[in-house]
Design a protein around this ligand. Structure first.
Ligand code: FES
Length: 99
């Protein structure tokens, strides 16, 4: 099984993780601290902007989709605690609510 490359742009750190790993777990493996709250896809504290291949992430579950819609963040943003990698490369660009 091919590992998935996850880059944390602001921290300048990259890890290679198993498919199915959440971005939050990848951050932990990379030694990147990220503010979180519920860790269940409900609070939106960890919404991030991403650059990723089209199928690099598993599609969001209903609860994640609902939280992102409620927050009104731009399309393509995901929650670190809920987004799971699938293949290829994902680049976490930064907080979804930052300028
Ligand atoms: S920590 Fe609450 S949505 Fe991810």
């Amino acid at each position: 099984m091919d590992l998935v490359e996850v880059q944390f742009a602001q921290a300048g750190k990259t890890v290679f993780v198993q498919p199915g790993t959440t971005l939050l777990a990848a951050a932990g493996m990379a030694g990147v601290d990220w503010a979180t709250g519920c860790t269940r896809g409900m609070c939106g504290t960890d919404a991030v902007r991403l650059a990723a291949d089209g199928d690099a992430l598993e599609p969001p579950a209903d609860h994640e989709r609902g939280t992102l819609a409620r927050m009104g963040v731009e399309a393509g943003c995901r929650l670190l605690c809920s987004a799971r990698v699938r293949r290829g490369r994902v680049q976490v660009l930064g907080d979804a609510l930052a300028d």
